[in-house]
Design a protein around this ligand. Structure first.
Ligand code: ACM
Ligand code: ZN
Length: 610
């Protein structure tokens, strides 16, 4: 009898001690921790607060340094260290033997302790502490009149997935080192731990390779860039270039590692190789007289020819990549490799015959498997986009599933590890709001809510197969992001939703997420992140009914808001018609809508006509 009752009693105790989704408003952390319990009272951080390190190592000193860095900027003081872990008014970091990346944070009026097992856990506990402090802690300038208080609480936290990634394509547009550091800072703040650095493309090669200097001397450049959509046919006439020296790469790898971010370099093969081929035409099938770095977006038929010369080149490049990047995982691209050149190339056709392959898809698979063998022989593992499944998956490859979920499902069923990065749900280059009033993007819209609600573990997988989903990644392709400001606009706050899907175990709760996000936006404001503010604006959608009518739906992400609208040409006010259910309009009518809270408008007025 006892045996049967005990587990239920224990479960009740656990539930009573921990409320995974119902976090009080005073605590708004993104990504949501596993367990948050709030107590009465607060800890007051002041000049007399001391930092206590249970393990006084350079690593822990460095982690504590991040606290002092923030305090120095925002509060104008830093904290001294103490070796008395029993003292009052201390913030302590203690090794409690927790699993990697896990932490527990206990805040009482007397002390704050962050328990960890690894540096990553201590670092993540500190990120949570920053989000327990007033948002002014993220200010880069001194703010006066702030009470630096932390609500008393107990937080137990550990990640759902080991791989929590954010991608950045630096080829379609180049971004400088300062921006990359800021990008990594924002990732780390959200407990995102993999930076997928897309370094080579048809439109530019961005990584210095000592053995092949032309790759950056020449391959970094394209002579001009298409304006508008890829098929506009209009070009800006301005050369675009940029690359990272090996010294810069080492610096960034170190910078990221100090923030518990692993950089995963991507060297594309066999497709998206035109910039390299423009420098070294002998790597191609040799069907053309002239090769030039691409000046518009798309998929190009000039791909690497699978000959010995090409493998020698790619192995040399990989050798330098291994020197620069300690990551076990290396991305070899593999996506969008047209087979037109291989079909015409006598060498490729001869190779298909000689190896007894069925077709060009099997040739691609052979190409990837050959590179995998080399990369594995150096103690590294490959990950590639879905298309590496074509013609058979290399034996130890991991798959980054971008073509919807299908590739990810197939790979997991074959017991290969998978990172879910599906287009369009995790593609941050897609519109996030009404395309009518947004800057040019790839497609969509993929709203914040769509991103938040996406479940990265496909239901069709068995419990055993689900274990092969090792994580998630948000993709930032920069066709239409020529500036750092545009990247941040497209990435945030949607990346908050992906970060939470990667970190948080509990069931999704959109309303709770929006409440926490609203508080979190104040932190991004302090950091001057120019995120998209569609969160506060009504999204008016027209659903074509007849050639003369549309059914209208209106939604808003901001919590506790009501939508008011007009159809008579007047501006919406708090007294205008309240939106409750969809309605129909004709061609003449303009829908004007705004969101209100407590009688005050909270975002922009939006307009839409058929
Ligand atoms: C991709 O978007 N081509 C991976
Ligand atoms: Zn060929």
């Amino acid at each position: 009898m006892m045996k049967r009752v005990l587990p239920a009693v224990l479960l009740l105790l656990v539930l009573a001690a921990c409320s995974p989704t119902e976090t009080p408003r005073s605590i708004s952390i993104i990504p949501q921790p596993s367990c948050v319990d709030v107590d009465e009272g607060q800890f007051i951080l002041n000049k007399n607060t001391r930092i206590y390190l249970d393990e006084d190592t350079p690593e822990l000193r460095r982690i504590a340094g991040f606290l002092n860095e923030k305090l120095a900027a925002a509060a104008g003081f830093t904290l001294a260290f103490t070796d008395n872990g029993m003292a009052e008014n201390i913030i302590g970091l203690r090794n409690a033997g927790l699993p990697d990346e896990a932490y527990e944070l206990m805040a009482t009026p007397r002390q704050i302790f962050i328990d960890y097992g690894t540096g990553a856990g201590a670092f993540y506990g500190l990120q949570t502490l920053f989000q327990l402090l007033p948002s002014a802690i993220f200010s880069t300038k001194k703010v006066s009149g702030v009470n630096w208080t932390v609500p008393c609480c107990r937080i137990d936290d550990a990640p759902r997935f080991a791989y929590r990634g954010m991608h950045l394509d630096v080829c379609l547009h180049f971004f400088d080192m300062d921006f990359l550091k800021r990008y990594i800072d924002l990732m780390a703040m959200h407990k995102v731990n993999r930076f997928h650095w897309h370094l080579t493309e048809d439109q530019g090669w961005r990584l210095e390779i000592k053995k092949y200097p032309l790759l950056t001397e020449k391959g970094q450049w394209r002579k001009e860039t298409v304006i508008g959509s890829l098929s506009s046919g209009i070009y800006d006439g301005k050369p675009h270039g940029g690359f990272y020296t090996q010294e810069e790469v080492r610096e960034l790898v170190q910078y990221a590692a100090e923030r518990y971010v692993t950089i995963i370099p991507e060297i594309e093969m066999p497709g998206h190789a035109l910039a390299a081929i423009a420098c070294y035409p002998e790597l191609s099938c040799g069907l053309e007289d002239h090769y030039e770095t691409a000046t518009k977006w798309g998929i190009f038929k000039q791909v690497y020819c699978p000959k010995e010369e090409t493998f020698a080149f790619l192995e040399d490049v990989m050798d330098e990549v291994f020197e620069l990047f300690p990551s076990t995982l290396v991305h070899i691209g593999g996506d969008e490799c047209p087979k037109a050149s291989w079909k015409q190339c006598p060498h490729c056709q001869g190779l298909i015959k000689k190896l007894g392959l069925k077709d060009e898809f099997e040739l691609q698979s052979w190409f990837i498997q050959r590179m995998e063998k080399y990369i594995n022989s150096k103690g590294r593992q490959i990950i590639g986009w879905d298309e590496i499944l074509q013609g058979g998956l290399a034996p130890n490859a991991k798959v980054m599933s971008w073509l919807g979920e299908e590739g990810g499902i197939k790979a997991a069923q074959q017991h290969h590890e998978v990172v879910m990065a599906p287009y369009p749900k995790y593609y941050l280059d897609y519109w996030q709001a009404d395309p009518d009033s947004e800057p040019l993007a790839m497609g969509g819209p993929t709203t914040l809510r769509t991103m938040y609600e996406y479940n990265p573990v496909p239901e069709v997988l068995t419990p055993e197969e689900r274990k092969y989903i090792i994580g998630v990644e948000g993709c930032v392709w920069t066709e239409y992001m020529p500036t750092p400001e545009r990247v941040e606009y497209m990435a945030w706050p949607r990346m908050c939703a992906i970060a939470e899907s990667g970190w948080t175990h509990s069931r999704k709760d959109w309303d709770a997420f929006t409440r926490r996000l609203e508080a979190h936006l104040a932190r991004l404001d302090e950091l001057k992140v120019g995120y998209c503010d569609a969160f506060y604006n009504p999204f008016i959608e027209f659903h074509k009914d007849t050639p003369y009518d549309c059914v209208v739906t209106i939604s808003v992400d901001a919590p506790d808001a009501e939508i008011r609208y007009t159809l008579d040409g007047s501006e919406p006010t708090a007294a205008s018609t309240l939106y409750t259910i969809p309605f129909a309009v004709n061609r003449q009518q303009v829908v004007r809508a705004a969101a209100f809270r407590d009688g005050k408008q909270i975002g922009k007025t939006k307009y839409k006509q058929m």
